[in-house]
Ligand binder design. Structure first.
Ligand code: FES
Length: 117
């Protein structure tokens, strides 16, 4: 593992978000502020609605995990919501609001899922 003492010290991890135009944004996310990927994207003004406020009830934070980062299993609520979402990729789809920012997510790469018009 690439141990970066500076980022570890500040409780900051790096994540990459690829927007719907294919542009990669490298973001810094704090592990000690109880944030999730939906909120991190919003704080950088990326086009993630987060309509339900992170309750796994809207799928507007749907994203595809492109890195081989080990992630926590989906909860039943997340599974149920993804069952109803569009453009779901069984292997990669996650709800951003259910991905809590932890040190394990360092170097995560996600791609925003398309939104229905
Ligand atoms: S913000 Fe609604 S499901 Fe994630």
């Amino acid at each position: 593992m690439d141990f970066n003492s500076e980022t570890m010290e500040n409780n900051i991890i790096k994540v990459t978000v690829i927007d719907r135009e294919g542009v990669a944004h490298e973001l810094e996310a704090p592990t000690d502020m109880n944030m999730n990927m939906m909120e991190v994207c919003k704080s950088y003004d990326l086009p993630v609605e987060g309509t339900c406020g992170g309750m796994a009830m809207c799928a507007s934070c749907h994203m595809y995990v492109e890195s081989d980062t080990e992630l926590p299993e989906k909860s039943e609520d997340e599974e149920d919501m993804l069952d109803e979402a569009f453009f779901v990729d069984d292997e990669k789809s996650r709800l951003g609001c259910q991905l809590h920012i932890t040190p394990e997510l360092d170097n995560l790469v996600v791609k925003l899922a398309p939104v229905g018009e």
